[in-house]
Write a protein that binds this ligand. Structure first.
Ligand code: SF4
Length: 376
């Protein structure tokens, strides 16, 4: 069936043993062959269901002491939301039937762990059932350092206060060569891996992201995916992998690339990256998320034929991508997401953050019962 793909390479992919060399070889085959193979693996892993989550992103601060050269979000005189302002946004999310809030912000020099604990505790006090998917490995590392405690202790306290899961952001490309250039003050590769492993050990699952399409090589992209696979083999705590194309506008790294005549990644390269991630993570990470914010709605829909099986969240707010030039808005309705999924010939299902079905609530919730055969 996959005539252009060598048998031994297919075999290793099925066994979850694809190598870096396999991935490099797959990048050279005709794209449609690659997409068809990734699509086969997607079908075997998760079938034809395409999931999404009704959520709200809340960026609690646009001030940041970080120096990441790809960041269009930080602002020395930016805002920091008060707890009351954060809670007002959580209430709006609840009103809109969100099951998850994803809270992240810049790194604030004066803010230690108590600030983060305060947010989690306030949300859980008012909405115990709201899933709190918040704080990147960098934020947790920073908060622990400011508070003079270990990352392990910080994670333990966050978990105890009610933090459910963490976004595996701040991963960028897990290569110290790349990080030294684009985000020299950020966690090193080993430190990111360490925070994520410790989060899993503390009972906090995470996602895993990869921001690609800037100064990294294809090898470094592949090595990143293989690091994620290794973590997952050990902990099983990764819920999804989210490849995120770099947005080159309004930030120094992007501006330098544009001067050299390089712009945002071509769509074909995005789709190949999705396909490679499905193949390399086969057997370990079942959920590959296509970000409609970064890819655009139409390319995200096509990514469902290149290995992706999830379209992420309805969001309601996503100022980080918007600052860097994403033009796909800040929210999408459930109806439109389902329209996109149906249009791709797939079956839409609302999920929780942990990829379980959303149950119909006894009153006031008109959304359908969307079971996955997994009970919460
Ligand atoms: S990417 Fe995050 S840590 Fe880096 S400068 Fe921007 S807001 Fe700060």
């Amino acid at each position: 069936m996959n005539s252009k793909i060598p048998e031994d390479l297919i075999e290793r992919a099925y066994q979850g043993k694809s190598t870096k060399e396999d991935a490099l070889q797959l990048l050279e085959i005709p794209p449609l062959e690659l997409f068809r193979f990734a699509d086969e693996l997607r079908e075997l892993a998760v079938g034809d269901i395409v999931t999404y989550v009704v959520n709200r992103n809340i960026n609690f601060a646009s001030r940041c002491v970080g120096t990441c050269g790809f960041c269009a979000f930080k602002d020395k005189n930016g805002y920091v939301l008060s707890l009351e302002e954060i809670m007002a946004k959580v209430r709006e999310a609840k009103q809109a039937k969100a099951t998850e809030v994803c809270i992240q912000g810049g790194l604030l020099p004066e803010v230690g762990l108590d600030f983060y604990l305060g947010i989690v505790e306030a949300i859980k006090a008012e909405f115990p059932e709201m899933h709190i998917h918040s704080f990147s490995p960098m934020e947790v590392y920073h908060a622990a350092r400011i508070s003079g405690i270990t990352v392990k202790e910080a994670l333990f306290r966050l978990r105890k206060s009610g933090l459910d899961t963490m976004p595996g952001t701040a991963a960028e490309i897990l290569s110290d060569r790349v990080r030294e250039i684009i985000c020299p003050l950020k966690l090193k590769t080993g430190e990111w891996v360490d925070v994520v492993r410790k989060a899993h050990a503390a009972g906090i699952p995470t996602t895993a992201t990869m921001m690609y399409g800037h100064i990294e090589t294809p090898e470094e992209r592949i090595e990143h995916m293989l690091i994620i696979r290794e973590i997952q083999k050990e902990t099983g705590g990764i819920t999804e992998f989210v490849p995120l194309p770099f947005m080159p506008y309004n930030n120094p790294v992007g501006e330098k690339l544009i001067k050299e005549g390089r712009y945002a990644t071509p769509g074909l390269e995005d789709l190949k990256t999705y396909a490679i991630s499905r193949i390399l993570l086969n057997g370990y990470v079942n959920n590959i998320q296509a970000s409609w914010v970064k890819l655009g709605k139409k390319l995200a829909q096509f990514a469902l034929y290149c290995g992706a099986n999830d379209l992420g969240g309805t969001l309601m707010e996503e100022s980080i991508s918007k600052s860097a030039g994403a033009s796909n808005g800040e929210r999408i309705s459930v109806e439109e997401l389902e329209w996109m999924i149906h249009g791709a010939g797939r079956i839409p299902k609302e999920r929780t953050t942990l990829y379980r079905g959303v149950r119909e609530m006894a009153s006031g919730n008109s959304r359908k019962v969307l079971g996955f055969g997994i009970s919460e």
